[in-house]
Design a protein around this ligand. Sequence first.
Ligand SMILES: Cc1ncc(COP(=O)(O)O)c(C=O)c1O
Length: 398
Amino acid sequence: MLLGGWIMRYKKHKYFVADRINLIQRSKIRELFERASKMKNVISLGIGEPDFDTPKNIKEAAKRALDEGWTHYTPNAGIAELRNAISEYYVSHYGMRIQPQNVLVTAGAYEATYLAFESLLEEGDEVIIPDPAFVCYVEDAKVSGAKYIRLPLKEENEFQPDTDELLELITKRTRMIVLNYPNNPTGATLDEEVAKAVADIAQDYNIYILSDEPYEHFLYDGAKHVPMIKYAPDNTILANSFSKTFAMTGWRLGFTIAPEDVVKDMIKLHAYIIGNVASFVQIAGVAALREEASWKAVEEMRKEYEKRRKLVLEHLKEMPHIKAFEPKGAFYVFANITGTGMKSEEFAEWLLDKAGVVVIPGTAFGPAGEGYIRISYATSQENLLEAMARMKKALEEL
Ligand SMILES: Cc1ncc(COP(=O)(O)O)c(C=O)c1O
């Protein structure tokens, strides 16, 4: 870079920073949250994490682990016991044989996703990212230097990929497609035939599927989840997490399952960014997967989410100008607000000012989220009832 360029860069940022960091976009909704934090009596339906506490048996396991001296480094890939427990979990829940050497314990699904982008994509490779989609994939793509191509998901297809459209986006440079079901932000689940069709495409064109599945246990109305790895085992990089399942967002515990060679390559990077997930947290992860008490707690949380989902859907039906997509998974409702004549961001600001309720504009998840808002029901029924009453009043007065 010429001297002038350096000076310009210095003036712009006050200190030198790598260009790839400048590519990362902090969430567009920060301003909304900042404004909400200065207001009184606001109810947030913007939450992206369980409001429940981590089940007691998991916390006890972590405390015991600390007392027993689990305070040292562990193998980079994670302790054998946890890798084994994760493999056993796939046998007991899905009847699938996953070998421990295909498992890498990560700091949440975030790290698993980041490792997939960094290890598998070269500068200029193409990755297909659905639109709308959870926010990290696009930022990961930018940092990796990969070019991201967006695959619009439509409500008429229940926010699942249209495989003909997917095929049209594939070029010689396509290396990966991202999937996330049950989905954030739409709450959609993936039908088996669509999963199989995407798996066939990935196999035919030699493309990786990054399948991000942290909401796999939050399913309603008889919906079933099948891990993508079942359909395309040699092509799938599965990202999963304890964050949502066991209400453990702050513990930073997740994992990836991938072909053995891919895992080995991911470990190279993982070893130099975090080394290993905290040792006592890994022990708590073993307890989470193996003890009955934690699974009982998961089912209790799922039942509570189910009640809240019903409450929100029933109340939204009573409101003018808004129409919810009926989700079968996660803890979000994606609702169409085009009837209000407002854009998504405008609607979210209006609702905050008028009703003191925070929702996330659909555009936070990509341009195809225009016309929608995301409502999270990871909050108490009491809060939800109050928020619904306020929304109804505001919409009726519009
Ligand atoms: C779809 C999706 N993937 C990944 C993550 C990150 O989860 P973790 O806490 O496991 O890093 C989230 C968190 O909200 C998410 O919604």
